[in-house]
Design a protein around this ligand. Structure first.
Ligand code: SAH
Length: 461
């Protein structure tokens, strides 16, 4: 069979119009239907590109000349935007970003919609009034340059640390603490960890800030157990930052890219800081998972609660419950909530958070949702509403089939990946559910991440 050559060739120039964005924020143009990905290009833009690499079904190009630029194009406000890579969409206006995420969810539904889910109402993305300073957690690698400490981020595709004074999507308090701690440690002769030689001491600094309580936690991730000049360092830090309530040391003595080691000890103050999402109080330890954008988390969970439409009589299952955030939200309005999660430490946090809020109508189990929920079903536990919030790969098919057997009146699907959301919804629709509406919520402004919550109702019993 004659080999079909791609319609583009390496080192050739083409005039193109960009139609879409890839998952990492590059522009997508098609040359005779053949997709070419070009960094820093936006949908609607017309440009000359040079093709630099051709693969089997797609190619990569470089932007040579922009003939027509998008009305949504901006100069990225962050001076280190291109080096960092943490954000992908700062060159697109915020309204352009929200529009793109809305369009993306709709397109994915239409593409994967084997049933009539392309009829589903997808609402415009709920964005933030101020889409900056939103992250409550900073986690920065520490290195050395000319004898001094630097802390910031790894340059894209390298292990070179770039020093950073300010990250525009980070709460400024976290940046202040990182800067202050770096300065104090430098004055007291702290050496940074050296990856190459596996020498030195300070590997990472993590800071977490409670948006509502204004309490801050500082974590030193170090190679060894000792802490040189500990007394003076801690005293200077706590004097400079009175909002710090907890200082913790985590020891990671391995040659690894994984940030945390297994040992964690409190150096000063409390083991936890607290924060609220809505009326619910959470205890957050150094290793706890906690949503990084608390303001939008509240928006997302309130939407999930609205879709669950609880009256106080319902039994609810929260699958993939993490530290029980959604479970506790639902428990305010439900008769009983069962949460299930695979990470044992998260379930310990979930139980602690339930008692912290005096909630007795919720219980948690450790295990795989696709194993535990079928067992519950066998034991006679049947939910009126099931909420799922799986990782990017979506729900396990066994779980979806258990839902189809159990037949809860409602399924509320919280998703961080529209593609697997649409795939799983197609299965639920074939089994008798109808998707009522989908609400994208912007949890991570200026990045490509796209979160959405969908409401499904049982129509064929
Ligand atoms: N609902 C929580 C966490 C959602 S993140 C919140 O909003 O905070 C998805 C969670 O699913 C993670 O905590 C992950 O540990 C968990 N998880 C992954 N695979 C799982 C499985 N098969 N069964 C149960 N939980 C799982």
């Amino acid at each position: 069979m004659a080999k079909v050559l791609p319609p583009v060739q390496k080192n050739e120039y083409y005039d193109v119009v960009f139609e879409d964005l890839t998952h990492d924020g590059a522009g997508v143009a098609k040359v005779e239907g053949f997709p070419v990905f070009v960094a820093n290009a936006l949908p609607g833009e017309r440009a000359k590109i040079k093709v630099v690499k051709v693969k089997k079904g797609y190619g990569f190009g470089r932007l040579i000349e922009l003939y027509e630029q998008s009305e949504h194009r901006l100069d990225a406000p962050c001076p280190i935007y291109k080096q960092c890579g943490g954000c992908q969409l700062q060159h697109l206006s915020y309204s352009g970003q929200l529009h793109h995420k809305h369009k993306h969810v709709k397109e994915v539904f239409a593409r994967i919609g084997k049933v009539d889910i392309n009829q589903v109402t997808v609402h415009p993305t709920l964005g933030m009034e101020n889409p900056w300073d939103y992250r409550n957690k900073a986690q920065v690698p520490v290195g050395e340059r000319e004898g001094g400490l630097i802390a910031g981020f790894y340059q894209q595709r390298s292990h070179e640390i770039i020093d950073m004074e300010r990250c525009l999507i980070q709460h400024s308090i976290n940046d202040d603490v990182v800067r202050g701690v770096k300065e104090i440690c430098k004055q007291h002769g702290i050496r940074a960890y050296d990856e190459q030689r596996h020498k030195g001491w300070l590997r990472h600094i993590m800071v977490r800030h409670g948006y509502v309580t204004k309490e801050t936690m500082l974590v030193f991730i170090t190679r060894t157990h000792d802490f040189p000049n500990k007394k003076v360092i801690l005293s200077e830090i706590t004097k400079k930052f009175p909002h710090i309530k907890s200082i913790v040391q985590n020891v990671n003595d391995k040659r690894t890219n994984v940030i945390f080691g297994n040992e964690t000890k409190v150096l000063w103050g409390s083991e936890y800081i607290y924060d609220y999402i809505g009326n619910i109080r959470f205890a957050i330890s150094a290793r706890s998972f906690y949503q990084v954008n608390p303001e939008q988390t509240k928006v997302l969970y309130e939407k999930a609660l609205e879709y669950a439409n609880l009256t106080g009589e319902e039994t609810v299952i929260d699958a993939y419950c993490g530290i029980g955030t959604i479970s506790l939200f639902l428990a305010q309005k439900a008769k009983h909530v069962y949460g299930v999660e695979i990470v044992p430490e998260a379930i310990e946090d979930a139980k602690r958070n339930a008692s912290l809020n005096g909630m007795t109508n919720v219980e948690f189990a450790v295990g795989e949702a696709e194993v535990v929920i079928p067992k519950w079903y066998e034991q006679g536990i049947e939910a009126d509403v099931i909420v799922v919030d799986p990782p990017r790969k979506g729900c396990d098919e066994t779980l979806l089939h258990t839902i189809l057997q159990m037949k809860p009146k409602k399924v509320v699907y919280v998703s961080c990946n529209p593609a697997t959301l649409a795939r799983d919804i197609a299965i639920l629709e074939q089994g008798g559910y109808q998707t009522k509406e989908v609400q994208p919520v912007d949890m991570f402004p200026h990045t490509m991440h796209c979160e959405a919550v969908a409401s499904l109702e049982l129509i064929n019993r």
